[in-house]
Ligand binder design. Structure first.
Ligand code: HEC
Length: 309
């Protein structure tokens, strides 16, 4: 492990210890965040989601040596639970073929569960411990640098960290990947896994009629959904595109283009977290704007888990 990494581990450990000093009251009843993950399902025909809980600390642990895109250039030893092994034992309802991975910072990253190639390439690992100087610790180093040229507000992990070794994600574009974009560069503690049927789920968003509006949805799906929501459905890390005020009412096509494509010069000082996308063209943004405008007026299409076959 490099010196820089060691320092980061040391600072994180120190920060993890500090609040403990002040909290000498009665023992908390709730398990620490990140130890318990909510599994969300909807019974067939139902719009309402329910959850059960999985206690990671009670699961058998696996030890792996892995690279991780948030700790670039360093293979480290982790102990934890492969996402695959959790998915294998979970009940699937409503013909689910996709999980939405929910994170403490509001992000929501889709992950197809029937695509063996994707499962094998990404193979996300839910680490609950990290080995530092022959010691297993639960305090993961903060992430303070984003992918090339991006700044992130420090991402802190509580009791778990998703380890992903590649920036390939089936929903992102090749161009965005080549620029170093992966939604997993911005995620922190895993808090929930929500089962949905992909084609039905995306009907909530794919509401346009013209080619432009249709194309706008495709850009949203590949670039924005991880962090942004529409009427509170989707990622809750950035703003909602419709509520409380539709974003198209205050951001025109050109301003949206500049916002998506370039970073403000003082973005780091302002602590801005939104990545910029060099691969998104003016046409893409024109389409995105048309889609957003349509969506703002369209009636919401709530997701209902499809009946089983
Ligand atoms: C990794 C997360 C992330 C992704 C991906 C992302 N955003 Fe954002 N976005 C944010 C955050 C966080 C903010 C709040 C401002 C900030 O911190 O940069 C934001 C702010 C915005 C705003 C608000 C600007 C304003 O004036 O209030 C718009 C519009 C926006 N994003 C559009 C998009 C679009 C369009 C896409 C896809 C092409 C996208 N974002 C992808 C995280 C993201």
């Amino acid at each position: 492990m490099s010196l820089r990494m060691r320092l980061r581990v040391a600072t994180t450990l120190l920060l993890a210890l500090l609040p403990g000093v002040a909290l000498a009251g009665p023992a908390p009843v709730e398990p620490p965040p990140g130890q318990v993950i909510k599994i969300w399902i909807r019974p067939s025909g139902s719009a309402e989601r329910k959850y059960t809980e999985v206690d990671l600390s009670a699961k058998p642990k696996v030890e792996v040596t892995r690279e991780d895109i948030q700790y670039p250039g360093e293979k480290m030893k982790y102990r934890g639970v492969p996402l695959r092994s959790l998915l294998e034992v979970m009940e699937r309802t409503g013909r689910s073929d996709l999980v939405l991975l929910h994170f403490e910072n509001g992000m929501s990253v889709p992950f197809p569960i029937d695509d063996l190639e994707v499962l094998k390439t990404l193979d996300p690992f839910i680490a609950t411990e990290l080995k530092v100087n022959d010691l297993w610790i639960t305090a993961f180093p903060m992430v303070t640098k984003g992918p090339e040229g991006h700044d992130v507000r420090p991402l802190k992990f509580q009791r778990n960290k998703l380890v992903v070794a590649t920036k390939v994600h089936p929903f992102t574009t090749r161009a965005a990947q080549a620029d170093g974009f992966s939604p997993f560069s911005f995620t922190n503690t895993l808090t929930g896994i929500e089962y949905v049927r992909a084609d039905e789920w995306y009907k909530q968003f794919d509401v346009g009629r013209t080619d432009g509006e249709k194309a706008g949805f495709v850009v949203f799906k590949s670039h924005c959904q991880y962090c942004h929501s529409v009427r509170e459905v989707g990622g809750r890390y950035g703003i909602d595109f419709v509520k409380p005020a539709p974003v198209v009412e205050r951001v025109g096509v050109h301003a949206l283009y500049l916002h998506v494509r370039y970073r403000d010069r003082d973005a780091p000082e302002k602590g801005q977290m939104m990545p910029f996308f060099k691969d998104v063209t003016k046409d893409d943004v024109t389409a995105l704007h048309a889609w957003l405008t349509f969506l703002t007026k369209a009636r919401p299409v709530p997701y209902v888990a499809p009946p089983s076959l």
